[in-house]
Design a protein around this ligand. Structure first.
Ligand code: ZN
Length: 148
């Protein structure tokens, strides 16, 4: 990343955060030569990993799939899309930090945990789809574990 002031090549990142709405990273940088400080917006390229599914097939990670599931669970709940975007951004950061491949199991569990912190109704909805509750007992068990 070139310094916009003196065109020196070595700059240091001093702050880094995901933008609220989109998949960009806002970085504060400082030039190591002239100490000029500037801000860059860079594509969040950390999100490139594959997902190992239960049937042992491997697919590219697809954010839209997660979003669809989460938004379905959040239907008519009063949660802003920015909240959801932030939540998924954080999870993606975690997953892409871990390794190049994440299991669909990990993704499902992590989304459930994140939803639990956001909205309990959404959590139950998501969990009921994700865990594919076999019977009413496992569903009740889940509800109990929430209130304990
Ligand atoms: Zn400079």
């Amino acid at each position: 990343m070139l310094c916009p002031k003196c065109a020196h090549q070595d700059t240091k990142v001093i702050d880094s955060r995901l933008t609220n709405s989109q998949r960009e990273i806002r970085r504060r940088r400082v030039c190591l030569k002239c100490e000029h400080r500037f801000t860059t917006f860079e594509r969040n390229e950390g999100v490139s990993f594959t997902v190992a599914k239960k049937d042992s097939s491997i697919v590219n990670y697809d954010r839209q799939k997660i979003e669809r599931g989460v938004f379905r669970a959040l239907e008519k709940r009063n949660i802003s899309p920015e909240h959801v975007a932030n939540m998924i951004d954080c999870l993606e950061e975690k997953w892409s930090r871990q390794k190049k491949q994440v299991t669909s199991n990990t993704i499902g569990e992590d989304v459930m945990q994140a939803l639990l912190g956001l909205d309990q109704v959404a959590y139950i909805r998501f969990a009921s789809v994700y865990k594919d509750f076999k019977d009413i007992q496992s569903f009740e068990q889940e509800l109990r574990s929430l209130s304990s």
